[in-house]
Design a protein around this ligand. Structure first.
Ligand code: HEC
Length: 310
């Protein structure tokens, strides 16, 4: 034992090692090596997540945006003489400029470079009118009219079909004036446009309210009835023990109450009652068991319900 200890002391003289720290390195460098190799392997195997952007990019995918219908009063779109307003007269361009600045510049920019603040972050970005390639519908008057009439589905470009036709022509003339040179329509193409959108006739566009608003109005109109039905439903289910036929004929008390509240037809006789209920089966809260009720049970159920549902 003693001999062994002595031998180790000769190989590693710890006292000396402590005095000259550089010697430590010789002993512990394999651990450093190990750590570097493991760390390196870890880094390489996680390169993807290490390089991932921690801050989300701010580009909004406008194809996922759902836009609500804006509220609009019905408007009359006046008929126009397409040949007349297709000429880029100076006063039309001037009017178009004002309209453009009011309705389009927020996205397309004052000079038409597609750099308006409202358009920042839209994908696809608002069109830069000074760039001639990559248009969806095209650069001619007829092409741009189509864009304004129908919008471009799945992008931030909405339809402007409520805007008077002459105003839309004016805006397009102004955009053309920004572009400098642009392809012109042939008289034939203008006639096609005229026919396609019945521009000479004019038309009346109906009132429009947002879908969500319409749904709310419908819900609110029905709300008193719904609330009452819930109350009636409670009364019906409380009486289940007293009146056996309730359990035999009704599955959902509230729904049944709602269904019965909508008409008085069922109050007149047992036949009318069964007939009215059978029309709405199986979604009206009743079940087919109602056909198995005896005449007596039916009378009892009908008079009870007529009493509860006012
Ligand atoms: C909310 C932002 C926004 C507003 C406001 C807007 N646009 Fe656009 N517009 C866009 C976007 C986005 C595109 C690109 C659609 C695409 O690349 O298909 C576009 C594309 C267009 C195009 C090119 C269509 C094509 O064939 O590629 C025209 C023309 C155009 N807009 C005209 C107008 C006019 C005129 C107005 C005003 C009456 C207007 N836009 C208002 C966002 C807007």
């Amino acid at each position: 034992m003693e001999l062994n200890n002595k031998k180790i002391e000769e190989e590693i003289n710890f006292k000396n090692v402590v005095k000259t720290p550089i010697r430590w390195f010789g002993i512990i460098y394999p651990y450093f090596l190990f750590l570097i190799v493991v760390g390196g392997l870890f880094y390489v195997s996680n390169l993807n997540s290490i390089n991932e952007n921690k801050i989300k990019p701010t580009i909004i995918d406008s194809t996922r945006l759902k836009s609500e219908l804006p509220v609009r009063m019905a408007v009359r779109i006046e008929g126009v003489n397409v040949k007349e307003i297709a000429k880029p007269a100076a006063e039309l361009i001037a009017k178009g400029r004002e309209l453009y600045l009011a309705s389009c510049a927020s996205c397309h920019g004052n000079e038409g470079r597609g750099d308006g603040i409202a358009g920042a972050g839209l994908a696809p970005a608002p069109r830069n009118f000074l760039q001639k390639d990559g248009w969806t519908n095209g650069l001619t008057l007829a092409d741009m009219f189509k864009t304004l009439e129908e919008g471009i589905a799945g992008t931030g470009m909405a339809a402007y079909e409520y805007m008077p036709v002459a105003d839309r022509f004016a805006i397009i003339h102004f955009i053309h004036s920004l572009m400098g040179d642009y392809p012109e329509n042939t008289p034939d193409e203008l006639e096609q446009l005229n026919i396609k959108y019945k521009l000479a006739d004019g038309r009346i566009l109906p009132n429009q309210i947002p879908v969500e608003k319409a749904l709310k109005i419908i819900a609110e109109e029905n709300l008193p009835l719904l609330n009452k039905s819930i109350a009636y439903g409670k009364v019906i289910s409380i009486n289940q023990n007293k009146i056996e036929s309730i359990a035999k004929a009704i599955t959902k008390e509230e729904v049944a109450a709602y269904y019965l509240s909508k008409s008085d037809l069922w109050r007149r006789s047992n036949n009318d009652f069964k007939e009215y209920v059978s029309i709405g089966l199986p979604d009206n809260g009743f079940k087919a068991g109602i056909y198995l009720l005896s005449e007596e049970e039916t009378t009892q159920l009908r008079t009870f319900l007529a009493d509860v549902i006012k």
